[in-house]
Design a protein around this ligand. Sequence first.
Ligand code: C2E
Ligand code: MG
Ligand code: MG
Length: 262
Amino acid sequence: KIDHAMRQALPAGHFRLAYQPQVDIRTQAVVAAEALLRWRDPDLGDVSPAQFIPVAEESGFIVALGDWVLTEAVRQAAVWQSQGQPLQVSVNVSALQFQQATFVERVAGALESAGLAPELLELELTETILIQDAEEALTRLRLLERLGVRLAIDDFGTGYSSLGYLKRFPIGKLKIDRSFISGLPADESDAGIVRAVVSMARALHLKVIAEGVETDLQRQFLAAAGCDQYQGYLFAPAVDPERFAALRAGCSPDAQPCSAGV
Ligand code: C2E
Ligand code: MG
Ligand code: MG
C-alpha cells in the first residue's frame, strides 16, 4: 500500500524537503544543512521516512525518489547560492541509488543544470554502502571527489566498519550516530565511544559532527571532546526553506545562541 501510494505521491508533488541546520559547536553558526525527505499524503497523513524509506529501498522506488531529492536539494542550494548566502547542503544516498551505473553522471548533471558549486553539495553514505563492493565504491568515490562534491559517513558506528576505508576513501566527515549521543554525558560507554571516534577522526583529518543533540549538557561534552559540529533538536529540527533562512538570519555567528523549538 505504501509503495503504491509513494509512486502516486511523487508526481502529485506530495513530497518535500525539510532542512536541518548543522551548527559549529563553538560559535553556534549555521554551517550546513541536511535535506530530509517529508511526505504528507492526502489519505495517509504524514508518513515518517523511517517507515517509507525502507519500503522504497526494498521495491527499488528509492532510485526515482533519491533522484528527485538530489535535484531538489541542489536546486535549493543554488537558490541560496544565488542570493549570496551559499550553504553546503547534505543529501542522504541509499545503497541502491549509489550502485546505479549512472549515479556519478546524475550528480554531475544536477550540479550543472542548477549551476551549483560542487563543494556546496555533500553526500551522506552509510558504512554498509562502502563495504558492500569496496573496490567499485572506491572508484565511484574518487570520481565524486574529482567532481568536487564532499563525502560524509552517516550513522557512523552502527554498521559493519572497516577502519581501513577511512584511510583509503576520500571521506571528509564522520557523523556520529544519535544512539551514542543520547546517553551523554552520564553513560560511560557512550562517552568513551564518542571520545574515541573524535580522536580517531582528528588523527585522520576528518571533520566530526554529532547527530541528535538534544541537551546543552550533551553539546558541552561534545565541545570538550573536540567535536566540530552538531545537529539536533537543541538547535532546531528540520524546517522548510523559508524558516531555515529566518533561522540563519537570526543566528549569525555574532548573534546570541539560538534556542530550541524553532
Ligand atoms: P538520518 O540521515 O540519520 O537523519 C537524521 C534523523 O534524525 C532525521 O529523522 C532527523 O529528523 C532526526 N533527528 C534530528 N535531530 C534529532 C534529535 O535531536 N533527536 C532525535 N530523536 N532525532 C533527531 P528523519 O527525518 O525521520 O529521517 C530518518 C532517516 O530516514 C534518515 O536518518 C535517513 O536515513 C532517512 N532519510 C531521510 N531522508 C532521506 C532521503 O532523502 N534519502 C534517503 N536515502 N534517506 C533519507
Ligand atoms: Mg543523514
Ligand atoms: Mg544519521
